[in-house]
Design a binder for this molecule. Sequence first.
Ligand SMILES: N[C@@H](CCC[C@H](N)C(=O)O)C(=O)O
Length: 266
Amino acid sequence: MGRFSKMHGLGNDFVVIDARAAPVAMNEARARAIADRHAGIGCDQLIVIGDAPDADVSMQIFNADGSEVEACGNATRCVPLFIGRDVTIRTRAGLLDARLIDGGASVDMGAPRFDWDAIPLAYPMDTLTMPASWEELPAPAAVNVGNPHVIFFVDDLDGVDTARLGPMIEQDPLFPQRVNVNFAQVVGDGHIRLIVWERGAGLTRACGTGACATAVAAIRRKLVHGPVTVTLPGGDLIIDWRPSGSIRMTGPATHVFDGEADWSRF
Ligand SMILES: N[C@@H](CCC[C@H](N)C(=O)O)C(=O)O
């Protein structure tokens, strides 16, 4: 039997496994089975905490479809709560510093990248040519915050069919590694509403890296001044970024319950 915790950040929910004392062989099929909301435990992302030579812990992130990815903002805020103190975390995206605050955590998410490898060079980041099927949307921004995001700034977020457009864009051949799709509306200086179709997980109640990427894109386009409050379906995150600096993300983290499972059944 292995122990796990169920946690969430603004309703983006996680199964968190501590593999430091009891290693778990994780792979795509097993992660998908655990994340299954009908036949498994159920979560948007599966998080495996391990040892790291150069940090307090390592964090592996698996989407609900089993794909292993580089970064997860909401899970990063849950890690210090899970460990019980401020921590440095080694991820595929880099070394992150996560500090506990009342009700949540504040994380240095590192510097954004705009030289996005996943997009063919023929498509410059901020002037991305849109395939005909995306014609109803304005030109997106592309920001990599460890994982890849495209951001569409729209005038009326409620008028966007996110469930139809999200998967279409996520799986467009333009993005060989697929992409997280952010639909954003600027509702005031320093305030953005955001809905995210996550790569490998679909519509979630919140996406921390999506909030970071969207705030960065909005500041670069001079649509807002920072710090930015990003309102997602699950609640608010505060994102602070100064050009050429790193991104600070602050928001809630919640421990829901602990459980035990026989990993060999998955
Ligand atoms: N929910 C996350 C992002 C999880 C990974 C993402 N779906 C990807 O495939 O890159 C967050 O809070 O950032």
